[in-house]
Design a protein around this ligand. Structure first.
Ligand SMILES: Cc1cc2nc3c(=O)[nH]c(=O)nc-3n(C[C@H](O)[C@H](O)[C@H](O)COP(=O)(O)OP(=O)(O)OC[C@H]3O[C@@H](n4cnc5c(N)ncnc54)[C@H](O)[C@@H]3O)c2cc1C
Length: 311
């Protein structure tokens, strides 16, 4: 079925969907409030499952329509296009944000739990090695997909296993060894929804962990902007060369398009100054990419994810 026909079909069936999933399903939900950039148009269907069973039921109901499905975590690494998302956006709700102590150095964490909360839980249970999570504004699901990290640590170093659900609603446990992790990414298939993860740290003391956390947070504050509408690092570093250095070397650090700007504090952070559109941010991204390629020969790769339709 053609994508537009499929969408029409779904819209006609939205009453049925609303009846089945009530307040957890919203038609034409504006996505800007779910992204750190504070940008983006509506999703045809926005679903925030109450729990795993409801998620499985939803996937079963929509499977015949073969719609595109996007998963949103905390939206701290995602730029959503102005015309929104033609298809389904799933955002795991608060029922997926539980944390459980399994052993003295091992915890199980729901995918929508914020990294910062995981770091604090670990601290309160004398588990070290998760301090870096206090510097990442995402959720555990997003951090696993992105293999997020900073200051020499990343999530692959503390991961034991994940539980996922595929688009057919089948649940599966995947051990860390079965996943290929690389710099800011993994080979976890796009249609897998991460439900939870088991993480392992090292026995430590609350005081030591707290000091380490504070040091890292301070370091971050010194080098990166806060309280701005951004997705963090826009481009990945390339062959040991920092993306921000390449941007600066190419004379792009002061470029802007409308209200789409580059942070004065960290020129790999692209910012919505308040009135930007996603199209402005995207134009700025493309301009910087082209300039850096011309001036340095490096073809920068995006770290942020751009979702939605071009028009
Ligand atoms: C101010 C700022 C500072 C940052 N600093 C860092 C840093 O130091 N290091 C770093 O690595 N990153 C950093 N980031 C980027 C970002 O915070 C991380 O990539 C984060 O882990 C993304 O998590 P999220 O939940 O926000 O993901 P989202 O942006 O919501 O999604 C990112 C990707 O993960 C997928 N995804 C999310 N949840 C799930 C799930 N449950 N199942 C399957 N797929 C899922 C999405 O489909 C998408 O492909 C920063 C961002 C900001 C805004």
């Amino acid at each position: 079925m053609d994508e537009r026909v499929k969408i029409q079909f779904m819209i006609l069936n939205t009453d049925i969907l609303k009846e089945k999933f009530g307040k957890n399903l919203i038609i034409k939900e504006n996505l800007s409030k779910y992204s750190w950039f504070n940008l983006g148009g509506p999703a045809d269907i926005f679903f925030r499952p109450e729990n795993k069973d409801q998620l499985i039921k939803f996937l079963d109901v929509i499977k015949k329509d073969n719609l595109k499905i996007y998963i949103l975590g905390a939206g701290s690494n995602t730029l959503i296009r102005d015309s929104g998302v033609k298809g389904v956006v799933i955002k795991l709700g608060s029922k997926f944000s539980n944390i459980k102590l399994l052993e003295k150095d091992k915890i199980e964490v729901g995918a929508s739990t914020l990294d910062r909360k995981v770091s604090d839980f670990a601290k309160n249970n004398n588990i070290g090695g998760m301090e870096f999570l206090s510097c990442i504004p995402g959720s555990i699901g997003g951090s696993i997909i992105m293999n997020s990290g900073c200051y020499g640590s990343d999530i692959s170093k503390i991961l034991i296993s994940i539980k996922i659900i595929n688009e057919k609603g089948q649940e599966k446990e995947i051990k860390k060894d079965e996943i290929r992790f690389f710099y800011r990414g993994t080979d976890i298939p796009k249609n897998y929804i991460v439900l939870s993860a088991v993480l392992k740290g090292i026995a430590s003391s609350k005081q030591l962990i707290e000091r380490k956390q504070e040091k890292l947070i301070e370091k971050k504050k010194e080098s990166q902007p806060s309280q701005i509408k951004t997705g963090g690092s826009t481009f990945k570093n390339s062959n040991g060369k920092k993306a921000w250095m390449l941007i600066k070397e190419s004379g792009c650090d002061k470029l802007y398009i409308g209200d789409a700007k580059i942070s004065e504090k960290h020129c790999n952070f692209f910012v919505n100054g308040g009135k930007a559109k996603t199209a402005d941010i995207e134009k700025l991204i493309n301009k910087v990419k082209k300039e850096v390629l011309n001036k340095t020969g490096v073809d920068l790769e995006l770290e942020i994810k751009i979702i939605g339709d071009e028009k």
